[in-house]
Ligand binder design. Structure first.
Ligand code: HEM
Length: 148
């Protein structure tokens, strides 16, 4: 008896939405048709959910917003970015524009051992500047800078 394949195999990742719609509507191999039990609108909603599940296990760093990306890079210092200068520029821009979490992530990244972005002097200078604006996260970074 064949088993249902994983939604995370390459073939089903690259299959288009229509394929999923057809499988639910008409059945596939030993899988029955669900046309009589699942209205078409719900079939599309199920497909959207499957896409979200697929993305959750196969997202690229590029799919993540910049502030979150900086945080991930700070926590995973071995990860290398293809265009570090460009990335740094956009993160600084987001941080200066007050994007939530961006300044905290930028400082954390500079203070991390990440080979491409480690910049303790720069990170501590940023922490000092933003701690003065009452930013709690920057104040915590600044304390760590002064401790060492
Ligand atoms: C709406 C819910 C469901 C969705 C979206 C769905 C989707 C799929 C997809 C995408 C495949 C693979 C098609 C391919 O290989 O290209 C598949 C295969 C299969 N599904 Fe479903 N399925 C659903 C419900 C079910 C249920 C309730 C059962 C069991 C009672 C089932 C049993 C199977 C089996 C056994 C296969 C493998 C069929 C074969 O290779 O012969 N599915 N399904």
């Amino acid at each position: 008896m064949p088993r249902p394949p994983s939604f995370h195999i390459d073939r089903l990742r690259s299959a288009d939405d229509q394929h999923f719609f057809d499988v639910i509507s008409n059945g596939y191999g030993v899988m029955y048709s669900y046309a009589a039990r699942v209205p078409a609108e719900d079939r599309w909603a199920i497909i959207a959910y499957i896409r979200a599940l697929q993305l959750s296990q196969n997202a690229r760093l590029d799919d993540v917003p910049p502030a979150e990306r900086a945080r991930l890079l700070a926590e995973n210092p071995d990860v290398e970015m293809p265009y570090p200068d460009h990335f740094l520029y956009t993160t600084i821009e987001d941080a200066e524009l007050g994007e939530p979490g961006a300044m905290d992530a930028l400082i954390a990244l500079k203070l991390s051992p990440n080979k491409q972005f480690a910049d303790k002097t720069g990170g501590c200078a940023l922490a000092e500047r933003f701690a003065k604006t009452g930013d709690a996260a920057a104040a915590r970074h600044l304390e760590a800078c002064r401790a060492k």
